[in-house]
Design a protein around this ligand. Structure first.
Ligand code: G
Ligand code: G
Ligand code: MN
Ligand code: NA
Length: 254
């Protein structure tokens, strides 16, 4: 596939794959609770590509490991910069479920954390639970190892997978991210509102953080606060932004 050959090149030249960064904020104080890293490909001929244009082929290729290490390395370089400025804020990285099948991943992440001198708790790995049963044991072990290192785990797109609740009984996590689809429908769907309220309650009962995703309006923000949600992310607060813009934003918010 041409795209994969081009990606191999992009992973080597270093200025094509860039991270967009989107803060999540505390709904009461407005302070940033974390920043999510979202990959973008500045393709020399095709223009800006979104991950939806290339993640699936990468996941099914031999380049997944290289790609995952690349994203983690970029994200930890950003976090290292914040640490030098005295900003104590975690960075969240989206991991393809398939990359959790590599038992070398925890050691690689440990090495990257050391190299960038970033404490493990400043890294949050966002995972989805769309993995097939036969692979669960390996993934459980990789995730348990990462968490024992102090790395934080977040369940992304919570509520959209096939086994979210079972997943929570198997894997100890730190954060639930309420999927954007529920936030969008909250106002006119009692079902969506109930799912958000229940997820927030579940998180609180389990002692987990909860972040609502895709908040675009002040109405959604108010409704979330009324449902007891404490943190949120979305265009209403910040769009994903280039790394050189985020320092100023975090500086003014803290
Ligand atoms: O940022 P955007 O809305 O275009 O992201 C689209 C999808 O790509 C989302 O599901 C997001 O989680 C995923 N994504 C963004 N960055 C990364 C990444 O670095 N690695 C992986 N595996 N997925 C990512
Ligand atoms: O699957 P995941 O939750 O990681 O996906 C995050 C995606 O959502 C990213 O592609 C990001 O660009 C996008 N995103 C972030 N905030 C908003 C928002 O308020 N509205 C919409 N439509 N997309 C958002
Ligand atoms: Mn995410
Ligand atoms: Na999500």
């Amino acid at each position: 596939l041409a795209l994969l050959a081009e990606l191999r090149e992009a992973l080597e030249v270093d200025d094509q794959l860039v991270l967009a960064l989107q803060p999540a904020v505390d709904l009461t104080t407005g302070a940033p609770t974390g920043v999510e890293a979202l990959i973008r490909w500045r393709h020399p001929r095709r223009g800006w590509l979104s991950p939806v244009d290339f993640i699936r082929p990468v996941e099914n290729s031999e380049q997944l490991g290289t790609f995952t290490r690349y994203v983690l390395d970029k994200a930890l370089a950003v976090a290292a910069g914040w640490a030098r400025e005295g900003l104590d804020i975690p960075i969240s990285v989206n991991l393809s479920a398939r990359s959790l099948l590599d038992p070398r991943l925890p050691a690689e992440i440990a090495e990257a954390l050391r190299r960038h001198q970033v404490p493990a708790h400043r890294l949050v790995l966002e995972i989805t639970e769309t993995v097939v049963m036969s692979e669960l044991e390996i993934i459980d072990e990789v995730l348990a190892t990462l968490r024992s290192m102090g790395v934080q785990l977040a369940v992304d797109d919570f509520g959209t997978g096939f086994s979210s609740l079972t997943f929570l009984t198997r894997i100890a996590v730190d954060e639930l991210k309420v999927d954007r689809s529920f936030v969008i429908r909250m106002a006119d769907s009692p079902e969506a509102a109930a799912i958000v309220r229940t997820t927030v309650g579940l998180a609180h009962e389990l002692g987990l953080r909860v972040v609502a995703e895709g908040v675009e309006t002040v109405e959604q923000r108010t409704a979330l606060a009324e449902l007891g949600c404490t943190a949120a992310q979305g265009y209403h607060f910040f769009k994903p932004m280039p790394a050189d813009k985020i320092g100023a934003v975090l500086g003014t918010l803290l």
